[in-house]
Design a binder for this molecule. Structure first.
Ligand code: BES
Ligand code: MN
Ligand code: ZN
Length: 459
């Protein structure tokens, strides 16, 4: 689990692999032998992104392969090619693509979540590590993505708050972090009342996962991830279809753990803190109820309009804690609203920030490395949707419009004094399988976020 299986150090007799831009293919072909030209035509080969073809030599052996791409920064093209080519060893003959992107996309073609399967892995196309690769960095990216996906894919029965915490501790320990956990009634003692309220109905105690890594003197970056290990909706129970994939409601936590693993593996010169409220939103006689009024860590009172708007509650206490430490940059990731998916669909996480420079950096990196997400506004005029006479705010905005924005505005109450804060509302899931992205958990935004952090804080 977590390591690359389809790249090899060296090979006796590899197939030479040529990568050609689809719109330059005709030119490439015209330089090949008449036999090759005949073969390409007989195979009915269409030069489009992701297409790949083996080419025979004079003895009929497959000695060469050609594959096409449009956008070399789109790593999923390389996954498609790796899936398409038959099992053999391939050696790259092309220097004008980013070898790290190629290797990562190729590696992800072999990612499987196989914890509950007995099947032996099938033979695959194997790539000889290109000489220009930064192998360590590709391996770190791969294992970060695999970690995020594995955590999301693991069913809630085996990935409750305690198991999520154990995974976070393993990661922290592996890199020499300092780990603590505030569990169960200690959440009340240490003033995380909303994490306790949301999680107390579950057999597995709610907890706050909190680890720090790096030199205290370095710039402080704090990551907060929504760790709702299963979201039944609480007493305002979800429908069957609404609940079906709610094991993924710790996708924000899985995302920040993946990102943290990249940061720590690269030894970025920052002081990292990771905060994960880990709970199950369960139903029981001691569950929090609609109409309950909670006093948050920050002191704001919150009336519960709907127990299914639980993510913002647990995040609020964690974000208030994070903000108190006054980090240079505060990032939260959460599978927070269905409304964000209605607005942008499954592929595009929404992000919210008032820091224009950060927004520009994020959008630029997102485009440059094809790790897409899209900005939505913190539209302050909608704050009146939280109005209630009984408490400072209500947790479920009235009216039902702009649900992703109002959820972000709710979080903003708890990050008011933060220097720079960005909130990601993401899906963490692929509904349909595509090359490199099997159906199930997905690591969204972590490559672009890492690129932004590297650009800002890298040595
Ligand atoms: N975890 C869900 C949001 C979610 C649902 C994300 C489906 C991705 C797919 C969250 O806790 C939730 O239930 N949100 C409600 C909020 C509402 C009750 C104000 C929602 O979005 O419907
Ligand atoms: Mn919910
Ligand atoms: Zn939820």
């Amino acid at each position: 689990m977590g390591s690359i299986t389809n790249l090899v150090g060296k090979s006796e007799n590899p197939v030479s692999l040529y990568l050609v831009k689809a719109d330059a293919f005709d030119g490439w072909l015209s330089d090949q032998s008449p036999e090759t030209q005949n073969w390409v035509s007989a195979a009915g080969f269409k030069a489009k992104s992701g297409a790949a073809l083996l080419l025979p030599d004079g003895d009929g052996n497959a000695s060469t392969a050609v594959a096409c791409h449009d956008d070399a920064s789109d790593i999923w093209t390389w996954s498609a090619i790796a899936e398409k080519l038959p099992a053999a060893d391939y050696q790259l003959q092309t220097n004008d693509v980013n070898a790290d992107d190629l290797a990562l996309g190729w590696a992800l073609a072999a990612y499987r979540f196989d914890r509950y399967l007995k099947d032996e892995p099938t033979a695959r196309a194997q790539l000889v590590w290109p000489a220009s690769c930064n192998q360590t960095s590709v391996e770190a990216s791969y294992s970060a993505i695999a970690l995020t996906r594995d955590l999301v894919n693991t069913p809630a029965a085996d990935m409750g708050p305690a198991e999520l915490a154990a995974s976070a501790k393993t990661l922290s320990d592996a890199h020499g972090g300092t780990y603590r956990e505030v569990v169960g009634d200690d959440l009340l003692v240490e003033n995380y009342p909303m994490i306790h309220a949301v999680g107390r109905a579950s057999d597995q105690a709610p907890r706050l996962i909190d680890f720090v890594w790096g030199e205290e003197s370095q710039p402080k970056v704090t990551l907060v991830g929504k760790g709702v290990c299963f979201d039944s909706g609480g007493l305002d129970l979800k429908s069957a279809s609404g609940m079906e994939i709610m094991k993924k409601d710790m996708g924000g936590a899985a995302t920040v753990l993946g990102l943290a693993s990249m940061i720590m593996a690269a030894k970025l010169p920052i002081r990292l803190r990771v905060l994960i409220p880990a709970v199950e939103n369960a139903v029981s006689s001691n569950a929090f109820r609609p109409g309950d009024i909670l006093t948050s860590r920050k002191g704001l009172t919150v009336e519960i309009g709907n127990t299914d708007a639980e993510g913002r509650l647990v995040l609020a206490d964690a974000l208030a804690d994070a903000t108190d430490e006054d980090p240079d940059l505060l990032i939260d990731c959460a599978t927070l609203t269905g409304a964000a998916r209605v607005a942008l669909g499954p592929e595009l996480p929404a992000f919210f920030t008032d820091d224009e420079e950060l927004a520009d950096d994020l959008s630029a990196q997102s485009r440059a490395i094809s790790d897409p997400f899209w900005r939505l506004p913190l539209w302050g005029n909608y704050r009146d949707m939280f109005d209630t006479r009984m408490a400072d705010i209500n947790n479920a905005g009235a009216g039902g419009f702009a649900g992703a924005i109002t959820a972000a505005l709710f979080l903003q109450y708890f990050t008011e004094t933060a220097r720079s804060w960005v909130h990601f509302d993401l899906y963490a899931w692929s509904k349909k399988a595509r090359p490199g992205r099997p159906a199930g958990g997905e690591a969204q935004a972590i490559r672009a976020l890492f690129a932004v952090l590297q650009k800002r804080f890298g040595a």
